[in-house]
Design a protein around this ligand. Structure first.
Ligand SMILES: [Zn+2]
Length: 408
């Protein structure tokens, strides 16, 4: 249906999967002939019910309301006043199920509408991400039992793990588009139920997104046990169109660091930060607002929790460190990016970002000093070295020469 849609002139509609809620899509009573998404021109993932819940349709079974509407506009034989009739059809834009955003509305941080994604599902991408990350993290410990049959090679375990791991981070990437997000509508002036072209994402939803990222992206859930991690064998298949892996065993740290970096890139992108700053003038003065200041505070709090919260007294060892290796990597990456914003960095960021980040780095410096000096915390080598190094980096960032351009 999707490819036939293209031959009839339809383009992708990546907002179409935000038509129904997951509960509506998961409804086991739904008939095969009913649509679960508003258009076959979206890319939709397989709908897999969470454990313990009855399975609904795996895929949409038919064309959606958007498809009928677009084909009606393009192909309906019209007698009489054609422009008038076409306008009437087009004016239904604001109806549920007729939202449309395409490829050039769905480019990571460049485009603002977090409901336009490839392979997301349901009205609420946050709910979808909660469901998918939970399922992925439950299943990724079972890949050897469930994906490798006796007598077969272990590469099937790695493939299955790769799919689950990919799903986990892909759905969190959708979540990372909510802070600084703006819904985009193509309604015309005067349409029934017409909306303005831009509507900033609700403040509460932006906060929820940051909470979810703190829980699931900045803090990674339990990884598979060693027996499984040591069974993620790469395929030795090498041929046209396949890439040799750089390492045969599974590079767990770098895989997670890459995924977290993508999230940080989105949260600190020039477009995200400038939209957050601009939105402060685009909502009513008394309306709830997720400010640029709140965004940066939530990010710094979520990444540097161990440094910012009350110390946890105790004796720590290199095997059971105060700050684990995945969190140390995350903190280093975040610090590098934050330091970049106060020293010009790459891309335009509002001046307020520079001053806010500077403030947070000054606070972090004090908190690092306090943790390093805490009498009731015996730090392990990893954490002590990490904290000292972080402090050194902060000092360098704060004292780096800032070039102020003169205005002729
Ligand atoms: Zn296509």
């Amino acid at each position: 249906m999707h490819e036939v849609g293209h031959t009839l002139g339809l383009r992708h509609n990546f907002k179409a999967s935000s038509w129904k809620t997951l509960a509506e899509i998961d409804n086991p009573a739904l008939a095969v002939g009913e649509a679960t998404v508003a258009s076959v021109m979206d890319y939709t993932p397989t709908n897999i019910a969470p454990k313990g819940q009855k399975q609904g349709l795996y895929y949409t079974g038919t064309l959606g309301p958007y498809d009928y509407w677009a084909i009606e506009y393009g192909y309906k034989p019209i007698m009489g006043n054609e422009p008038e009739e076409l306008k009437k059809i087009a004016s239904r834009c604001g109806e549920p199920g007729l939202d449309y955003l395409t490829d050039e509305d769905t480019r990571g941080s460049v485009d603002s509408d977090p409901l336009s994604n490839r392979f997301d599902l349901g009205k609420d991408p946050l709910e979808f991400a909660r469901r998918e990350t939970k399922t992925s993290a439950e299943l990724w410990s079972q890949v050897v039992d469930r994906a490798v049959t006796p007598g077969e090679g272990y590469q099937h375990a790695r493939q299955a793990f790769g799919m689950l791991f990919g799903k986990y981070w892909q759905t969190l990437a959708y979540v990372s588009r909510f802070p600084g997000g703006i819904y985009v509508h193509r309604d015309h002036k005067g349409d029934p139920n017409g909306r303005t072209p831009f509507v900033p994402v609700e403040a509460a939803r932006q906060r929820d997104a940051m909470k979810l990222l703190t829980e699931s992206a900045f803090n990674v859930p339990a990884l598979p046990p060693p027996a499984v991690l040591n069974s993620l064998a790469s395929s030795r298949w090498s041929h046209w169109g396949t890439r040799d892996v750089a390492r045969l065993d599974y590079p767990v740290h770098s895989q997670i660091a890459n995924a977290q970096n993508n999230i940080l890139t989105q949260l600190l992108a020039s477009n995200t930060l400038t939209r957050l700053a601009d939105t402060e003038l685009k909502v009513a003065p008394d309306a709830d607002l997720y400010t640029l200041a709140e965004h940066l505070r939530m990010l710094v709090d979520g990444v540097f929790t161990e440094v910012r919260e009350a110390h946890k007294p105790g004796e720590y060892t290199n095997r059971k460190p105060y700050i684990g290796s995945l969190r140390r990597n995350l903190q280093r990456n975040a610090l590098r990016r934050l330091a970049g914003t106060i020293n010009g960095g790459s891309g335009f960021v509002p001046e307020d970002v520079r001053t806010l980040v500077r403030m947070h780095l000054v606070d972090l410096d004090k908190q690092l000093t306090a943790l390093l000096a805490a009498q009731d915390v015996k730090l392990d080598d990893y954490t002590r070295a990490h904290l000292q190094d972080s402090q050194e980096r902060i000092k360098k960032a704060l004292t780096a020469q800032l070039v102020l351009q003169s205005i002729d």
